[in-house]
Design a binder for this molecule. Structure first.
Ligand code: BGC
Length: 733
């Protein structure tokens, strides 16, 4: 056990220079120590789907020289499991490996919203939806921290592109920020109490994330009650004094004393109070106090099995015509594609793991079928090799089923840059077309972290299994799914659009303008009633599920929803029951439907289960910048339950009561708002009718034309009839 620090006494004993030195790192991955005061240094390393601890004798920023660790499926895959229990298990394993390696904080999970499928780091993020992101992110954090290791929820906030990530400002309106980009962080902070949050590289509405007082202090700490430490992303701090003043506690990596000197100067110049440094030091000491001695040994064998289970739970069966999957053990199978032998299982950048071992599907499937052949079909370099193509087509022609392993090349998905298109390489698509011509029974297995376009080629495939970037146990997991040893149960955590040009941020991405506002992912396609290749929540199974007996009950602000789910097919399987809410009487634009709850349930053939959800006020509310809080509007809400955002099986309407919340009024508020106000409306009418005709307000035809008129203009035109000050006073302003 580490000795506890008496924080108040420790801070009192530190010099200004020592305090300043503690607020930036020592080297790449450690915090500074003050041995004299008994303050030890702690270690923070990546994250998020495996431990990347650089070997002690290697160059500290090396991406290559990390100690071996289990490479779990990337978050793009884990998100598609829709299984919070599974993410907690993965978190526990990440925590255990970190603890055994003497790492105190693991830098993850990454919970940025997938604003565009082009984001180079989408493979590190969970979903396009904040509720799914928040629930799964919280599960990971709980798992990690249960092992005495801190999580770092990143990248706070609105870090949605890699292009110019240190330069760009995410210019996003307050409602969108709250409903889409902050909601996942908020859920995690409030429910899983992460020890640290990582401030992003980008600016938000012009202000650097790492020196953003509004976000780091007002929202994160004062509103959400965050009691941990805010660490900068590596190199995100532009001005250390401004960062600490805004609520950042720890700048990483170390700057060789440059930042400390700047902090000391800032305090001496009265630019920042020493008490502000004390507060940041206190948070660092609290974090150090939370950490535990290294202990245990990582059980890499068990973690590999968990990685395999997680990969199998996360793969999404997009298409399965004629029940071609699972493959028949008596069949002659031709495996085609280099990825069957050399799997692509993780992305590049700071999350890149040095895996303990890597399984491939070719080896994992050996012995499972009457015959199994393999042809690489293409070179990973993307170059055409006619001989490889000919060989693959010949092999496929004499098989019962050709299973093609396709995916994105390694160099296309990485931290640091965004993708430019959603296409699979031409060499792979040519191979697919040629194989499909030789054999109509084609199964495509995909390996990619970001979404790829499927609409232009899916007619060549009888089945498509989207594996994502599956981690080191990919081969075994894919084999389990193809043979039916495991029944697919992954569901899309993001929409697969028909084409890039359909995507919500197409005209603005990459770039600062969040012009699509809240309409991200399915919220956009649904608002525009657009066809998509596959909607959020989609995923097939080797069995089928029936939904029945939807019951709803409103109890104050709580809506209880119950239904019965039945496995109506031939084999055991898991269904993800999804609940979407629509505000039918909203006074402002709201998405057509929003995911608010989900659960994953396993049932044997013929078995039924009761599924219950409870929605709270927040689940029905929108964020009102006018009121600075979430607002529930009375009226009818549709509760829809189903197997995807576009496969809604049962719906019910509930009526919810809520107090009318008037908009705050000012002299320049439009007369529309004044009239809607419970006291302002009658007062205005009275004042107008006292002198002369109030028909400008009461005649609907005239009112439509003038409703946006600011009260100040009406007053000016009324020739003294309206006393604005009096109106404001009587409405309590
Ligand atoms: C990434 C972070 C990562 C950090 C440390 C940064 O470039 O954005 O996600 O944790 O490096 O490697």
């Amino acid at each position: 056990m580490h000795k506890k620090i008496d924080i108040v006494t420790a801070i009192a004993a530190l010099t200004l220079e020592e305090k300043a030195a503690l607020l930036s790192g020592q080297g790449a991955w450690e915090t500074a120590a003050v041995e004299r005061a008994g303050i030890r240094s702690i270690t923070l390393t990546d994250g998020p789907h495996g431990l990347r601890k650089v070997a002690p004798d290697a160059e500290q920023f090396s991406f290559e020289a990390s100690l071996p660790a289990t490479c779990f499926p990337t978050p793009a895959a884990l998100g598609s499991s829709w299984d919070a229990g599974l993410l907690t298990e993965v978190g526990e394993a990440l925590g255990a490996e970190s603890r055994a390696a003497g790492v105190d904080v693991i830098l993850g999970p990454g919970v940025n919203i997938k604003r565009s499928p082009l984001c180079g780091r989408n493979f590190e993020y969970l979903s396009e939806d904040p509720v799914l992101t928040g629930r799964l992110g919280a599960a990971l954090v709980r798992g990690i921290q249960s092992r005495g290791v801190g999580a770092s929820v990143k990248h706070f906030a609105a870090n949605n592109q890699e292009t110019d990530r240190m330069l760009v400002s995410a210019d996003v309106d307050e409602r969108t920020l709250r409903e889409i980009y902050l909601a996942g962080f908020e859920h995690i902070v409030k429910n899983a109490r992460p020890w640290t949050v990582m401030a992003a590289y980008n600016r938000i509405n012009g202000v650097h994330a790492a020196q953003n007082r509004r976000l780091l202090t007002e929202v994160l700490r004062e509103e959400w009650g965050f009691d941990g430490l805010v660490v900068s992303d590596w190199g995100a701090v532009a001005d250390p004094a401004a960062a600490v003043a805004a609520g950042l506690d720890l700048e990483m990596p170390g700057t060789n004393g440059v930042s400390a000197a700047r902090l000391v100067t800032a305090v001496r110049a009265g630019e920042i109070e020493e008490a502000v440094l004390d507060q940041a030091v206190a948070r660092l000491l609290t974090l150090i106090d939370r950490t535990a001695e290294p202990s245990g040994e990582a059980d890499f064998g068990r973690h590999h099995d968990l990685a395999r289970k997680a990969a199998a739970e996360s793969a999404v069966l997009l298409k399965n015509d004629d029940g071609i999957l699972p493959l028949n053990a008596g069949a002659r199978i031709a495996l085609v594609g280099e990825f069957a032998r050399t799997p692509r299982f993780q992305g590049a950048g700071s999350s890149q793991i040095n895996p303990i071992r890597v399984d491939n599907a070719l080896t994992a499937l050996a012995g499972d079928f009457a015959e199994l052949s393999f042809a690489p079909g293409f070179l990973l370099s993307g170059e055409q090799d006619p001989a490889l193509l000919t060989e693959a087509v010949a092999g496929a022609a004499v098989a019962d089923v050709a299973v093609l392993f396709l995916g994105l090349p390694e160099g296309e998905e990485s931290e640091g840059f965004d993708r430019r298109h959603l296409d699979l390489p031409a060499v792979q698509l040519d191979l697919l077309a040629a194989v499909a011509e030789a054999n109509p029974n084609v199964v495509v297995v995909l390996a990619n972290g970001g979404v790829v376009e499927v609409a232009s080629w899916r007619h060549h495939a009888t089945a498509i299994l989207e594996g994502w970037l599956t981690g080191q146990a990919s081969g075994g997991a894919i084999a389990d799914l193809l043979t039916g040893r495991v029944n697919p149960s992954g569901r899309l955590a993001e929409t697969i659009p028909l084409r890039l040009a359909d995507t919500p941020a197409y005209l603005n991405y990459p770039g600062p303008t969040y012009g699509e506002r809240l309409y991200v992912g399915y919220r956009y396609y649904d608002a525009k009633d657009m066809p998509v290749a596959h909607p959020l929540g989609h995923g097939l199974s080797y069995t089928t599920f029936g939904y029945s007996d939807l019951r709803t009950e409103v109890d104050g602000d709580t809506v209880r929803v119950r239904l019965v789910l039945t496995n109506t097919g031939p084999v055991a399987g898991k269904e993800v029951v999804q609940l979407y809410v629509a505000d039918l009487d909203a006074s402002l634009d709201r998405p057509v439907r929003e995911l608010k709850a989900f659960t994953k349930i396993e049932l044997s053939p013929g078995e039924s289960a009761q599924v219950a959800f409870e929605l709270q006020e927040r689940d029905l509310s929108y964020y009102s910048p006018d009121h600075g809080r979430w607002v529930l509007e009375a009226g009818d809400f549709e509760i829809a339950v189903g197997a995807s955002s576009r496969d809604l099986r049962l719906t019910a309407t509930v009526t919810v009561d809520a107090p009318v919340l008037a908009k705050p009024l000012g002299p320049h508020s439009p007369i529309r708002d004044w009239l809607a106000h419970p006291t302002g409306g009658p007062l205005l009418l009275k004042a107008m009718s006292a002198g002369q005709d109030a028909s400008v307000l009461t005649d609907p035809a005239i009112f439509r034309m003038v409703e946006s008129l600011p009260l100040s203009r009406l007053a000016a035109m009324s020739g003294g009839l309206l006393d604005i000050d009096l109106l404001l006073e009587t409405t309590g302003r």
